[in-house]
Design a binder for this molecule. Sequence first.
Ligand code: ATP
Ligand code: MG
Length: 392
Amino acid sequence: MFKAFLIKYAEIAIKGKNRYIFEDALVDQIRHVLKEVDGEFRVVKERGRIYVYAESEFDYDETVEALKRVFGIFGICPTVVLKDQGYEALSKEVVSYVKNMYGDREMTFKMDVRRVKKSYPMTSMEMNAELGGDILDACPNMKVDVHEPDVLIHVELRDKIYLYSEVIPGPGGMPVGTNGKAMLLLSGGIDSPVAGYMIAKRGVKIDAVYFHAPPYTSERAKQKVVDLAKLVAKYSGPIHLHVVNFTDIQLYIYEKCPHEELTIIMRRYMMKIAEAFAKQDGCLGLITGESIGQVASQTMHSLAATNEVCTMPVFRPVIGFDKQEIVDVALKINTYETSILPFEDCCTIFVAKHPVTKPNLKVIKRSEENLQEKIDEMMAEAIETAETIVCE
Ligand code: ATP
Ligand code: MG
């Protein structure tokens, strides 16, 4: 029945000269997600609207699922597209559409006819009354309610006639690419994929960096991170994932610094290296999955100590979330199952029994002096030898 989808997006946010940037990015991202779907599609901008036209047989459910992952979409309206063949023909189509969609369920409706093509012989008001009357005659289960109808039946009279009533909620947010780029510190855990998703939802393109510590962390742990990046990429578009070999730096810190400060010092170097990649890739900020108080390295003191090395803004979108709230998002975006696979993570291997929870920055900096001899060289080497994987 459906040959097209009308895409609804928030227009208020994009009035003015930025509108075309928003719309073009939305069109690009829709095309991108539809590449994976069975069927040929044409995505077009038409007078303040975006339509997805099916040009072949297509899988309806897959199409809707794909569109539900495009940030910037507020509603997906499966639409019947009709040729203008006069009022009688239209009325028949509308009645059969209503019967198809709603069967004999007891419901209320309201007509919403818009005459964009002004040459159409009847006014919108007349059409509302006539079509509404025809539905009432043909469907005894339907009643009119102009204030709070269960369904609003839209008929738009353009060069063709567009008929729709269902609005499937999209994810909201802004189209990816309309708001710069940021570098996600992506581990194999639950929190960082959620953090990346949340920032991408605001229109930010993301790249990622993963700190790998072979042989302490396995190839399977790395594969898990690649898989997570691919899952996030279903929403954000392709992610360039830099896999950094962090083993030597970790061992060096382990050898030279007090063990209870290990995690904090290690995290400071992670941030520094992530920032170097961020600069290379033209990113304007870093993203982490930190949440206040979740673990010793995420107390306010620890966060402050970690943050101190960064010159770029660090975005921590789950900072105020409880674990369960993060898990709820992970379940919604389908990263949870992968995140809980039991592979070791580079932080857990070197973690001290009693890590400091209130690190003193002066003390930490003094310990870092023990690293002076080799650390710069090691960081440069880690950055240079990183492997970049395009995850899409
Ligand atoms: P997550 O669930 O995201 O792994 P976590 O609760 O395990 O988080 P930490 O291990 O303290 O918390 O890490 C805090 C943040 O630091 C992570 O959310 C992530 O952004 C970053 N991070 C930690 N380990 C790595 C790693 N090996 N590679 C890249 N980023 C990391
Ligand atoms: Mg982790």
